[in-house]
Structures are given as structure tokens and as C-alpha cells.
Ligand binder design. Sequence first.
Ligand code: 3HC
Length: 288
Amino acid sequence: MSLDDIDRVTVLGAGNMGHGITEVVAIAGYEVTMRDIEQDLVDDGYESIQWSLEKLSEKGLIDEDPEDVMSRVSTEVDLETAVEDADLVIEAAPEQMSLKKDIFGDLDEFTHEDCILASNTSSLSITEIATATSRPEKVCGMHFFNPPVKMDLVEVIYGEETSDETAETVYEFTEAIGKTPIYVRKDVNGFVVNSVLGPFGDEAGWIVSAGEATIREVDATMVHERGYPMGPFELGDLTGIDIGYHVRKEAGKDVPPIVEEKVEAEELGQKTGKGYYDYEDGDGADYG
Ligand code: 3HC
């Protein structure tokens, strides 16, 4: 399968990453199906793409009319129907290995034999996900960053059995949708970006949990002294505090108490209106 053979793309998941990836693929001119397990989830994701395209259009960041881009996006709930014509599937389901393996087992059955199966996992082993299929050479990682429409980088990750042909096709596809790919040739936990970003977020959690600094102090330091686009707590609110929590748990790591508290209180960030900052009754991530 080469880049020219990729005609139809299916994205599994309509959450932040799933709808964002769907949007990026549609903007690039591909027909794309976005699938989630319930119609409400699919509808929410669809509306988020419409909102985002309007924003981009207002700012002159896309040339096409948003409605023309949307005409290339279809939605589906049934997995088999969603993937039966796909040449590339990008899975963006929750970060649980057992769930991913179930999905990849189904994909192996429902997709045509040349179809490439990519996972947007942020830290789970591509090699292990691929064991759920009979075509590990066609399985690789394709890790986008949140929000996909704004973030340039995509990690293209080799599992132990990923073929060069598969990785190269996904690399070229990443360029074709206007992103900058990098190869990650070792299937290590966290790949490259989260291997570096993870300890940064963890350390922020531990020093706030220990009462050594406040959330605002940490975020302000990283933005105003280090020049980061946002601090680790605002970033947690953007990506979803539960996402980082599950990544740590799946890796068998201790979770800082501040993260546990937020997950238990279901204050997961922007998507619930409250996380480390209050986006409904407060000023949001305002740290000067
Ligand atoms: N689509 C369209 N517009 C959007 C948008 C989207 N998805 N998200 C935000 N916007 C809009 C906002 O509504 C706002 O619009 P306004 O100007 O009309 O108010 C505008 O974009 C915000 O623009 P800003 O100038 O304030 O911000 P920038 O565009 O310069 O930067 C950012 C925003 C790209 C999110 C930047 O803050 C950033 O880079 N943050 C860090 C993000 C990051 O590190 N992501 C990686 C997370 S780790 C990850 O994803 C890994 C995973 O495995 C968990």
C-alpha cells in the first residue's frame, strides 16, 4: 500500500483527538468517516468539527468553505460499516490496552487485507496492540497532539513487526495532510514526546500535591520564564486530566494526589467545565 492507494480514511473515536484528526484529514481533501460507539458522541464530535472549521475560516486559515470540508466527513456507529472500505484506519479510542486489542482484532476481520491500521495511542505498545491482528506488519502508531488542527507534529511509531512500507506510507500520508512527521523507531513507553512531557507533568503534580507551589505559580513559571505556550496544569485541562491519569495507571506509575482528586471529583478539565481551573464560574486558566 503506497500513499496513492489511500483513498478512504476512517477515524475511530469522536472525542477531542478523534474529531480533531477527522477534521485535519478532511481539510486535506480526503473522504473520511468518523466512528464512535454512540450516536450522541458522534454528533458532539461532528459539531466540534463544524465549530472549529468556522473559526479557521473566520481567520482565513482554510481556503475552502467549511460546508465543503464537511461534505467529505461522514459519521457511523457500526464498526464494520465504518471500516469496510477504508484504506487507512486511525484508531483514537480511550487509552486501555484491552480495549485497543479488541478493536484491532475486529479491524483485522472487517477491513480489506491491505488496509493500514494505525493507533493514535499516546503511550501504549504498538507491538502489543498489533498482536491482536494477523497483519502486524501493517500496524503502526500515528500519534497526533491536541488540538490536532493546531499542532504540527505527528509521531509515526514502529512496532517490532511494522514494515518499512507501512511506516513510510503513513509518514507520507502525514505530510500529505499538512503535518510534520517524525519516525519513532523504538516502541518505548511514551515514545519521544510523552517520554519528555510525562515527567514534566508528573513533577508539576507532585510539587503542588506537596504544597510546595500552587497550580498558578507552576503554570506562570513555565510560560513566563520558560516560554512554553501553556503551563502543565492548563495543558492537563486541555488534554483531559483523565487521559494523563489512565496513561500513568497503564504504565504502573504512582499518580500525584492532585490528579487522583480531580479524577475522583470528575473535574477533568475544559470538557467538564472544571479541572485545575474553573471554566464556567471562574476565569479559566488565568495566571497573568
Ligand atoms: N480549532 C479552531 N480554533 C481553535 C481550536 C480548534 N481546535 N482550539 C482553539 N481554537 C481557537 C480559540 O477558540 C481561540 O480563538 P479566538 O482567537 O477567536 O479567541 C484561538 O484558537 C486561540 O488562539 P491563541 O492565539 O490563544 O492560541 P494559539 O492558537 O496560539 O495556541 C495552542 C493554542 C496551539 C493550543 C497553544 O496554546 C499550544 O500549543 N498549547 C500546547 C498544546 C500542547 O502542548 N499539546 C500537546 C498536548 S500532549 C498530547 O496531546 C499528547 C496526547 O497523547 C495526550
